[in-house]
Structures are given as structure tokens and as C-alpha cells.
Ligand binder design. Structure first.
Ligand SMILES: *Cc1c(COP(=O)(O)O)cnc(C)c1O
Length: 352
């Protein structure tokens, strides 16, 4: 039964509804719940179905394929590979795009499947991940797409705080508004969706500085962990403990804290930085670097601290030890730990 990740359905549903409400209060009517951290786990279908969500997003088309039974919009978040356009047209209602050759391939495939495919065109406002650079001459690009019969430009979007760590503010989001105005005026069209980023944009809630034109956000971490991601602050009124992780103790011994002999690199090619604290109680848990980056786990018991580990072992120091072999240790986790643990076949998933 272990290692085990526990997902609290009720707390997650509360967070979804509360973030939808907060977004409406900030004049953002349209939210896509980003579910990529669940690695396509179908248990989330019943959770999503019991909320008022109208849209979910994932970066892998394989996951959207598994979510076909959901009666709401399915958005592909990662720019499609040319080799997957067939599935994109089949399983995504809308995709984020930045490359003409891909959009042309989507158009041809949409024609073959007798569909009109919606896209958001991504603009890079300076964070330097995907998108047309905001200072570039993008109108000819838009003009070419407008001539494609089976592609509908539903809107434009941006992604912030992902690669370059660019924090959204009024000035940066207004770059997107200027792009909207230039495209709408240049071609006499109306863009339905102006997508102002991810959970880092939640930082701007309740400050009255989000431009009124921004009407959509794509939110993962803020819903899952109840925090904005520009400054990693917890948001009041949301649950911060939707996820817990548990692993089992397979060894418990009092041993020295410092290796005995000449030290070289460990199994991951690092020279271990080990402090000599004399004799300590050491617990070994059956979880390792194959499943999660160990530093992303935080033991709830403050007497426990992480010393390190290897592919399949996690070593903890236990002060005032009260544990024995077979006991379970519970951890809080962060977003990267959730991504890795959900993706590990060795970790059981319990949606409670
Ligand atoms: C992952 C992702 C998001 C969600 O990011 P969070 O910080 O978890 O809210 C939004 N948009 C795109 C394109 C993404 O890849």
C-alpha cells in the first residue's frame, strides 16, 4: 500500500470553486484548470464533473485523449509537435500555437477531419519560453493564419514566470493588450480570449491593476496548492494541504552521522555534504530519487529531517526517536513533487 500519495477530493473541489469565484471577482470570467500534474489520472474526471469548471488544460495530448468523456473544453497547452497534429485535431478543442508550419498542418488535418480548430496564438512578453516575441513584426503571421479555412483564431495568450522568471505586472500585461488592439484594428476582427498567463498572474488579484481586456487565465498550482507563484505566497481562503505523501520505514538504527573512511562521489555523482553530529537515529524509507526529488518532501513531524538518499532510499534523521520499522511517515509536498509522484508507477494514488 506504500508509498502513497493522498489526494483530498473535497479540499480540491473547494479550491476549484473558490478560485473560480475569486477570478470572477477580479473580472476574469473564464478559467482553464491545468491538470497536467495528475499525469492523466482518470480519477480527476469525477472531481472535475462535480465542479462548475468549463475548461481544462494539459500539455500532453495523450492525457486529453483519456479525458474525452468530459463534456467541457479541452485545451492543449504545449505547442503541438508536427508529428501529433492528427491527435490534436481529434482530442483537443483548442490548442496554443506559435509556429506557422504547425498551424498549417493543423489546418490541413482539420480539413481532413471536417472540423474547425480553435487556437490561441502565444506571445512572448519577455519571459522567453514559447510565443512570438512581442517586439517582432507579427501582423504578417496573423494575416497568413487568417487565410486558413479550418483554423479559427480564438484569441491570444502569454506565459509568464516559467523560464525567465518574469513576474506579471500592469506594464507587462499591457503589452498583451497592445497586441490585441493592433491585431483587432489591423484586420477588423474580434479576439474572444485574451489569456493573461498562469498562477503567477493570481498575484495581481485584488489590486485593480489587471487590464480589463484580460479575460482568461490558465491555472494549475494556485488551485492545487492554494498559492500564487510569483512570490509563492499562500492565498487566504484556499486549502494548502490537498496532497499528502506517505512512505514506510524499512530500517531504523542508531549510527554515526559521518561516513567512516575516505569519501568519494555518491551514486548520483555528487560529493556528499555531510555534517558530523555524532551518533544519531537514522530512518530509511522505501522511496527514492526515481520517484521524487527528495528535497521536495517536508516531513510533518518536526523531529524528522531529510539527510539524503539514493534511487530507492530516503534517509531521515529522527530526533527523540519514536519510530520503528513498519511505521509510516507523512510529508507535505510541493508542485514538483506532485508531478513526479503522480508520474511514478511505484507510488499508489488514493483519491479520498
Ligand atoms: C503549466 C502551464 C500553465 C499552468 O501553470 P501554473 O503555474 O501551474 O498555474 C499555464 N499555461 C501553460 C502554457 C502551461 O504550460
Amino acid at each position: 500500500m506504500f508509498p502513497l500519495i493522498i489526494i483530498n477530493r473535497k479540499k480540491l473541489i473547494d479550491n476549484i470553486e473558490n478560485v473560480l469565484k475569486m477570478s470572477r471577482e477580479n473580472n476574469i470570467p473564464y478559467i482553464t484548470f491545468v491538470v497536467k500534474a495528475f499525469s492523466g489520472n482518470e480519477e480527476i474526471l469525477s472531481i472535475i464533473n462535480s465542479t462548475s469548471l468549463k475548461s481544462i488544460g494539459d500539455s500532453r495530448i495523450e492525457n486529453l485523449k483519456k479525458f474525452q468523456s468530459l463534456p467541457i473544453e479541452k485545451m492543449l497547452l504545449r505547442i503541438p509537435m508536427l508529428s501529433e497534429v492528427r491527435d490534436v485535431i481529434k482530442y483537443a478543442d483548442i490548442s496554443l500555437n506559435s509556429e506557422l508550419s504547425v498551424i498549417e498542418a493543423l489546418n490541413a488535418e482539420a480539413k481532413a477531419q471536417n472540423k474547425i480548430h480553435d487556437i490561441l496564438i502565444m506571445f512572448d512578453l519577455g519571459d522567453l519560453r514559447e510565443g512570438l516575441y512581442y517586439k517582432s513584426d507579427y501582423l504578417p503571421f496573423i494575416e497568413k493564419i487568417l487565410s486558413l479555412q479550418n483554423i479559427n483564431i480564438k484569441g491570444i495568450g502569454t506565459n509568464l514566470t516559467c523560464y525567465g522568471g518574469l513576474i506579471p505586472d500592469e506594464i507587462i500585461l499591457n503589452r498583451l493588450v497592445q497586441i490585441k488592439n493592433k491585431i483587432e484594428n489591423g484586420f477588423s476582427i474580434k479576439l474572444d480570449i485574451i489569456s493573461g498567463g498562469n498562477s503567477s498572474s493570481v498575484t495581481l488579484f485584488n489590486q485593480n491593476i489587471i487590464p480589463k481586456e484580460i479575460n482568461h487565465l490558465r491555472l494549475g498550482e494556485s488551485i492545487l496548492f492554494g498559492k500564487e507563484t510569483s512570490y509563492s505566497k499562500e492565498i487566504k481562503g484556499l486549502n494548502h494541504d490537498v496532497f499528502l505523501f506517505q512512505a514506510e520505514i524499512i530500517e531504523c538504527k542508531t549510527k554515526p552521522s559521518f561516513p567512516d573512511g575516505t569519501i568519494t562521489i555518491n551514486s548520483f555523482g555528487e560529493v556528499p555534504q555531510i555534517e558530523d553530529k555524532g551518533m544519531i537515529t537514522r530512518l530509511i524509507l522505501a522511496i527514492g530519487k526515481q520517484d521524487v526529488i527528495l528535497e521536495n518532501l517536508v516531513p510533518i513531524d518536526e523531529n524528522l529531517s531529510i539527510l539524503g538518499g539514493s534511487s530507492d532510499h530516503l534517509i531521515l534523521e529522527s530526533k527523540n526517536n519514536k519510530y520503528k520499522v513498519g511505521n509510516i511517515v507523512t510529508f507535505k509536498i510541493n508542485y514538483p513533487a506532485l508531478v513526479h509522484l503522480m508520474n511514478s508507477n511505484y507510488v499508489k494514488k488514493d483519491f479520498q
